[in-house]
Design a protein around this ligand. Structure first.
Ligand SMILES: C[S@@+](CC[C@H](N)C(=O)[O-])C[C@H]1O[C@@H](n2cnc3c(N)ncnc32)[C@H](O)[C@@H]1O
Length: 387
């Protein structure tokens, strides 16, 4: 009881401090305390059941996305829940679906309430609900295959994309699978862009202006930034908006199947089809950047492409930046642990601790200079230079 009242006081204090402020550290601590309070209040069986019944909720949300349910609710504009009959009519579905999917109704109602003050015209066009499709279509079947995989191959951790639970279920690596399903590749790319919307970008964590204010080369061939595995360039475009006055070329690198689907790239950003397991063609750039790429790979693969990058770097001028989780040795967040599992299941990758980062960087001829983090941000920026 004392634990619960202490937590209740903590939640009240943090909620009060939150007020209208936008302090991400306070916000993160508030959510942590609420989570602890829920665990303290729940009986163990209630915790077990809450987790056990999570998958149907996830599937119901994916179903709602497929139906465009949120758009229907927002467009409808009424206060309070829509009846199953109306929902069925508006989505050309059998009413019984809504009757059976009871789980969908509270979710839909909650979303409607949450958006009650947001006129439909103010909703982002490419809203996160659509971008979440990758998290369901790609992740859930593969994760469900983990048990079968571990039973079939022994209890060992996959270290290559070819031998993951994903490959066990789909008979192809995740990227091969997406190559045959362009719509899934689109969901993947838009998920990559969307999940960053609320999170600080690498250049909001790493001190760009302080670091680049002197010594930056400004010749026509000089490269300021190479974003390696940049997807459609969402980070590069934001970087350009903010730091477009810095001299130097901005280079986007990704596999040809990605670069050929890039449209509307901001002027001044060069797209280059490149496989990072081959030698890096851009030498002596000021910054080489990998955004959530390394966690897709096992240590040996990371060492191959980080060594290739180190070979292109210029001593005393080039910096390598990596944006990924730096997981604490103890007390990792549930989200970091879930991402670690997800990376293993999908691609044979992993999240890493600082000690693990130091080890793969050193094996690639690089020295970890500093880990830059922001309170409340899940990923950090790892800065490295040539040894
Ligand atoms: C997890 S996404 C990260 C995208 C982006 N950097 C971000 O932070 O959102 C990994 C990206 O690496 C690309 N990629 C995977 N293997 C690659 C390779 N061998 N060479 C170049 N790019 C690769 C993928 O196409 C994908 O766009």
């Amino acid at each position: 009881m004392a634990l619960m009242t202490n937590l209740l006081d903590e939640v009240a204090r943090l909620a009060h401090a939150e007020g209208d402020s936008d302090d991400p550290e306070n916000h993160a601590r508030l959510l942590q305390s609420i989570h602890k309070l829920q665990l303290a209040a729940e009986k163990p069986i209630e915790t077990a059941k809450r987790i056990m019944y999570q998958p149907p909720t996830n599937i119901a949300v994916r179903f709602a996305v497929e139906l465009g349910l949120l758009d229907v609710l927002v467009a409808d504009g009424r206060d309070g829940p829509m009846s199953a009959t109306l929902l069925a009519e508006s989505t050309q579905s059998e009413e019984i679906l809504f009757g059976l999917c009871d789980v969908l109704r509270p979710w839909a109602y909650a979303m409607k309430m949450a958006l009650a003050d947001t006129p439909p015209t103010k909703l982002p066009k490419n809203s996160p609900r659509k971008d979440s499709r990758m998290a369901y279509d790609t992740v859930i079947p593969a994760t469900a295959g983990l048990l079968g995989y571990l039973t079939a191959f022994g209890r060992r951790v996959p270290t290559h994309a070819e031998e993951t639970p994903f490959a066990y279920v789909e008979k192809a690596t995740m990227f091969q699978w997406m190559e045959k399903r362009p719509e899934q590749r689109r969901y993947f790319d838009s998920f990559m862009a969307a999940r960053r919307r609320e999170a600080p970008r690498w250049f909001e964590i790493w001190p760009v202006s302080d670091t680049l204010k002197s010594g930056l080369r400004s010749g026509p061939d000089d490269v300021l930034l190479v974003d390696i595995g940049a997807s459609h360039g969402h980070d590069l475009m934001r970087f350009k908006e903010r730091y477009g006055s810095f001299p130097g070329r901005l280079v986007l690198q990704d596999l040809p199947e990605t670069t050929r689907t890039i449209h509307n790239l901001a002027e001044g950003i060069e797209a280059m089809a490149y496989d990072f397991f081959t030698p890096q063609p851009v030498a002596g750039a000021r910054i080489y950047y990998f955004g959530t790429v390394c966690h897709d790979f096992d240590d040996d693969s990371c060492v191959i492409f980080l060594t290739g990058t180190a070979d292109a770097m210029e001593r005393g001028y080039s910096t390598l930046l990596i944006y990924d989780y730096v997981v604490p040795e103890v007390g990792a967040s549930v989200r970091a642990a879930a991402m670690d599992l997800q990376m293993m299941v999908l691609v044979g990758g992993m999240e890493r601790t600082e000690i693990q980062w130091r080890a793969i960087l050193r094996a690639s001829g690089l020295d970890l200079v500093r880990v830059w983090s922001l309170p409340g941000a899940s990923e950090s920026v790892i800065e490295a230079q040539l040894l």
